[in-house]
Design a protein around this ligand. Structure first.
Ligand SMILES: [Zn+2]
Length: 241
């Protein structure tokens, strides 16, 4: 009798454990980030990136990493092309950008640049403005600055100072939602050498909040790998360098 009781308790415990494990797996599987992470890992294992095909010294400028830990080189000043709307980009990026916008427009998409190259002073102003916004919401100045930094980098650590990054929204909000533009860019920008730089599922690596509007030029080969494998630039550079 006693033995049966023990066996039964052990069986219950085993079933409970199995159920708990199953629940954890189920909960994690419904978490998109986890699934994306698995997909990326599998893709890298089954079909490793051909490093010789995607990286050379000539590409260094387009694979420049600028983030909280990696500031711009001192005095970095890209040669810029000024667009008809007054926005400026690194002149090497301009032809690809123009082609991307032309092709988007031919499909009825109405993209518009809302931010492009920024000087250090402009980046500071951007950060100040964000910080003020959070102070107005009731945060202490130090906490406000901390949150603001997840949206706008401190000067010297913003991609906008490279001339390779653009914030893109819609040209006519009454006709088209920005989401329509972002969806098109998310699916097509890699063909022109651009990547969605701060995806939702990489915020812990990039240190920047989900920004569906921020696109960064990295060149076609890198953009294709990054897009296809669901990487962010930090992950990609770690693999190829
Ligand atoms: Zn941006």
């Amino acid at each position: 009798m006693r033995k049966h009781f023990k066996t039964r308790i052990t069986a219950y415990a085993a079933v409970l454990c199995a159920a708990a494990v199953l629940l954890v797996i189920l909960l994690r599987a419904t978490d998109n980030n986890f699934l994306n992470h698995l997909k990326t890992k599998a893709s890298l294992l089954l079909d490793p990136i051909d490093i010789s095909a995607v990286s050379s010294d000539d590409d260094d400028w387009q694979l420049m990493l600028v983030n909280a830990e990696n500031p711009l080189p001192e005095g970095y000043a890209p040669e810029l092309t000024e667009l008809s709307n007054g926005h400026k980009v690194d002149k090497r990026v301009y032809p690809s950008l123009q082609k991307m916008f032309d092709d988007a427009r031919s499909e009825g998409i109405r993209p518009m640049i809302s931010s492009s190259y920024r000087t250090s002073a402009q980046q500071q102003a951007e950060l100040d403005e964000k910080t003020e916004e959070y102070i107005r919401q009731g945060y202490s100045p130090s906490r406000a600055l901390e949150i603001a930094k997840t949206w706008a980098a401190v000067p010297g650590r913003s991609e906008h100072q490279t001339g390779l990054a653009l914030d893109i929204t819609t040209a006519d909000a009454s006709v088209q939602a920005a989401e329509t533009v972002w969806k098109w860019l998310g699916e097509n920008s890699y063909k022109y050498g651009f990547i969605l730089r701060y995806p939702q599922d990489k915020t812990d690596i990039t240190g920047i909040s989900n920004e569906p509007w921020h696109f960064r030029y990295v060149g076609k080969a890198a953009a294709e790998e990054i897009h296809k494998r669901g990487l962010c630039l930090e992950e990609y550079l770690k693999i190829i360098r």
